[in-house]
Design a protein around this ligand. Structure first.
Ligand code: FES
Ligand SMILES: [Fe+2]
Length: 338
């Protein structure tokens, strides 16, 4: 699991003011929460006194109290402010003790946590939606590592066989079309250059005529699809967040501009979950055998997955050598049938 990244931890709507939520993120046990002033935080889910999980304690909207001996910690910086059992004459300074904390921010309706050393970089955002929350957002837990989950984002060979819902593509999987797409390295990943969507999937037709699309893939597992028609725009953010080596949360957030689409949010949410569940079932089946799956990367259709592994290797090498990441990819045109 890569360190040094903002990870999409949870959809903002899942934590209400004054509430907390325990979760594991990239192998770290955390307690996420939202203060009554709306600010979000992430602290270690383990009391420094005897290791009691903080999730069992209380939260008054500002401070957390451990359920075991009642130590109180500020949620903003994790510092202990009260040790109830110590008498006043004993000069124990509670502020010497603290919960671990991680940088935690909310942007565009999602709560992100920075896992790693050093100063966090800018938060990932989708273009053109400022601080709008997604119209549709869903999270699904996949029983696989983050690489298997990311394959669902970048594998053009699978949709014709896996995503066969009638609402998504009107043609059956037997009518594959020849596709040619231009790719270029981009930041910590790569992007499919903006191009005209000729045979768009049905929902994209709602954006008007002349629909264009560009897709970027970034470490540590982000896919941003930006679709623009002459009337409207939409963005789909997919984020694969490692929970452990064998579990990954896949978040799927759809932003759109047509206001008149608001009544269709429940239907769109159902479609998003249906789509995501098709990828989850693939992950479940891949994990059915006791021996780990083996991989072949064959030709252009598998090139993006190969790139993904190259990017990861370079990131790990640059971190180990204490140098800047150098994107190892080159611009390339890929062709496939899908
Ligand atoms: S374990 Fe938390 S106060 Fe003792
Ligand atoms: Fe998929």
């Amino acid at each position: 699991m890569l360190q040094g990244f903002w990870y999409l931890a949870v959809l903002g709507s899942r934590i209400r003011p004054g509430r907390t939520r325990a979760m594991t993120l990239a192998g770290q046990d955390m307690l996420l929460g939202r203060r009554t002033d709306g600010a979000v935080f992430a602290v270690g889910d383990s009391c420094p006194h005897r290791g009691m999980p903080m999730r069992h304690g209380g939260f008054d909207g500002d401070c957390l109290r451990c359920c075991y001996h009642g130590w109180v910690f500020r949620s903003s910086d994790g510092v202990c402010t009260e040790i109830p059992s110590v008498v006043e004459a004993q000069t124990t300074d509670p502020s010497k003790f603290r919960l671990r904390t991680w940088p935690c921010r909310e942007v565009q309706g999602n709560i992100w946590v920075y896992v790693g050393q050093g100063e966090p970089g800018p938060l990932p955002t989708v273009p053109g939606f400022e601080d709008a929350a997604p119209q549709v957002a869903t999270t699904m837990r996949f029983p696989c590592n983050v690489d298997v989950a990311v394959m669902g984002f970048i594998d053009p060979g699978h949709p014709a066989f896996v995503h066969t819902s009638r609402w998504w593509k009107s043609k059956p999987s037997t009518s594959l079309r020849h596709k040619q797409k231009h790719f270029e390295p981009h930041e910590l990943g790569f992007r499919m250059q903006r191009h005209h969507l000729k045979h768009g999937a049905n929902p994209y037709r709602l954006l008007g005529r002349n629909v264009h699309i560009d897709i970027s893939i970034q470490l540590p597992g982000l896919r941003v699809e930006h679709i623009e028609g002459d009337s409207h725009a939409a963005c789909v953010l997919a984020a694969a967040t490692p929970i452990s080596e064998t579990e990954t949360d896949v978040h799927y957030c759809v932003y759109w501009t047509p206001k008149w689409l608001a009544p269709f949010r429940p239907a769109a949410a159902w479609m998003a979950r249906d789509f995501l569940d098709q990828d989850r079932v693939v992950a479940v089946r891949l994990m059915e055998n006791q021996s780990p799956p083996s991989y072949l990367f064959v030709g252009d259709p598998d090139t993006q997955v190969r790139w993904w592994h190259r990017l990861k290797r370079e990131y790990l090498a640059s971190a180990a050598e204490g140098r800047a990441f150098v994107n190892p990819l080159r611009a390339q045109t890929l062709e496939w049938r899908s």
